[in-house]
Design a binder for this molecule. Structure first.
Ligand code: ARG
Length: 479
């Protein structure tokens, strides 16, 4: 029975004793027990990982002679067929069978009989679920890392385009010093690069295979855990069976990395919202990333940016949820740990959406360069350049130069002009040593061009950084 959209259906059958573990149970669980216990509603998402893990386990059992070659072949064929049933929406998930592991195993036995009943030799659902979940998180890391690279490329391309275009740089959201728009965008490339490396780090650490730790203590069967580990692309088997089944660090690290990335995206989203607002109007977004208002015809709302900003809450919430589940849990496995999956799925889905929307908006945004340049010169943005000139040319100590500049700013403010429009006489009334040479550092262009220190906003620096990142990302993608 498959639903229209190809999503496999879940059947809630009458509650009877579970065929997989019901040996010592006379009656089935109360309906409410079944409702709280079953995880199939969400863990069916791990069906591919579950089949992959079972194939590796069965291959190892065959290799080590724990099961016969014939049984191993039947299991492999049966699991392959079940995989096709699920992929094609022909599989009925049963709530009575609790989770993805028992749904697949029960169907296997239905298809191939006793050979199916031998699959669970030398393993438990405790190591099985840890293995499946690691495989799932590993895939999610790969997908999200690729998306981060996509967003970085978009930022790098726009930064290269606008390496020399000035905008106001802010601290406290008050005009501070001119920067270039490209420099501002490149700041987010650095953030995403750290996000990617956090995920890579998490992936490296998670890549040990828990399969074969069995329920908690290991097994008396002569299994080969190195065999399964290699078959599933892990670097090695986990070293301690208790830790193997009770560790969810990989999920927590994944969520922490996701939450930090989402936090970065929310900051860019907030900037996009600010930049789109009428008083700023530094950028415009096209129809593709905005919506209209049902009452105010002039409105163009940056909903995508607002939602990226807001969805960060779900991701940070997922981290806190799982930390809270894991806190104080005694070793080894506890059913509490079944609550690990939904926060991870939620965070992975939400981050994927936010990264896609961010890349889309970065590619879509149209900067209003004229308005940005004008704003870059407002708010006495080149006051620091004036102070630096006093230090360099008149050899004033910086603190004194700062004070003189402060007085010049006050004078300009009183006259309602900017610094570059103060005449030389006015300048000299405060510091007699000032010459006409000073006007050379008071323009926005001169200001940004002078910031040539490593990591500074000078257009030449920004162009070089964008090119460096471009080459790095291209090389990565070619590899
Ligand atoms: N559905 C369970 C989970 O997600 C699988 C492991 C169940 N193990 C057990 N001993 N009941 O954690």
């Amino acid at each position: 029975m498959a639903s229209r959209n190809g999503e496999p259906t879940t059947k809630t059958s009458p509650v009877t004793a579970n065929a997989q573990w019901g040996g010592r149970f006379a009656a089935g669980p109360a309906q409410i027990m079944s409702d709280i216990n079953a995880s199939i509603g969400f863990d069916k998402r791990m069906w591919q990982q579950d089949i992959e893990g079972s194939l590796a386990h069965a291959a190892m059992l065959g290799e080590t002679g724990v099961i016969s070659a014939e049984d191993q072949r039947a299991i492999a064929e049966g699991l392959g067929a079940i995989g096709r049933e699920i992929a094609e929406g022909r599989f009925t998930f049963e709530t009575a069978l609790e989770d993805i592991h028992m749904n697949i195993e029960a169907r296997l036995t239905e298809r191939i009989g006793d050979a199916g009943r031998r699959l669970h030799t030398g393993r438990s659902r405790n190591d099985q679920v840890a293995c499946d979940f690691k495989l799932w998180v590993r895939d999610a890391i790969d997908g999200l890392s690729a998306q981060m690279t996509g967003a970085m490329l978009a930022l790098v391309e726009r930064a290269a385009e606008h390496a020399a275009d000035p905008m106001p740089g802010f601290t406290h959201l008050q005009t501070a010093q001119p920067v270039t728009f490209g420099h501002h965008l490149m700041a987010y490339v650095e953030m995403l690069a750290r996000d990617r490396s956090r995920l890579a780090d998490c992936r490296r650490r998670l890549n040990e295979c828990p399969l074969g730790a069995a329920a908690l203590a290991g097994t008396s069967f002569p299994i080969d855990r190195h065999h399964t580990a290699v078959a599933l692309g892990f670097d090695r088997p986990t070293a301690n069976s208790l830790d193997s089944v009770s560790d969810r660090d990989f999920a927590l690290e994944f969520l922490a990395a996701a939450a930090i990335c989402a936090t970065h995206l929310s900051r860019l989203a907030e900037e996009i919202v600010i930049w789109c607002s009428a008083p700023f109007r530094f950028i415009r977004l096209s129809d593709a990333f905005t919506t209209g208002s049902s009452i105010m015809p002039q409105k163009r709302n940056p909903d995508a940016a607002e939602l990226v900003r807001a969805k960060t809450g779900r991701i940070a919430g997922s981290l806190v949820a799982l930390l809270t589940v894991m806190k104080g849990l005694p070793l080894a496995y506890g059913k509490d740990m079944q609550e690990d999956k939904e926060p991870v799925f939620e965070a992975a889905d939400t981050l994927a959406l936010c990264l896609a929307a961010t890349e889309g908006m970065v590619r879509d945004l149209m900067p209003e360069l004229g308005r940005m340049a004008v704003a870059a010169g407002q708010g006495f943005a080149t006051a620091t350049d004036l102070a630096d000139w006093l230090v360099r040319t008149l050899k004033l100590p910086f603190r004194q130069a700062h004070h003189v500049t402060g007085r010049l700013v006050a004078l300009a403010e009183a006259r309602e002009v900017d610094l570059a429009s103060l005449d030389l006489g006015a300048m000299q009334s405060i510091e007699p040593g000032i010459t006409a040479d000073v006007y050379g550092v008071l323009t926005v262009t001169a200001s940004v061009a002078s910031r040539t220190s490593f990591g500074g906003t000078a257009p030449a620096n920004v162009a070089k950084e964008a090119a460096r990142w471009r080459a790095l990302l291209d090389a990565e993608q070619a590899a």
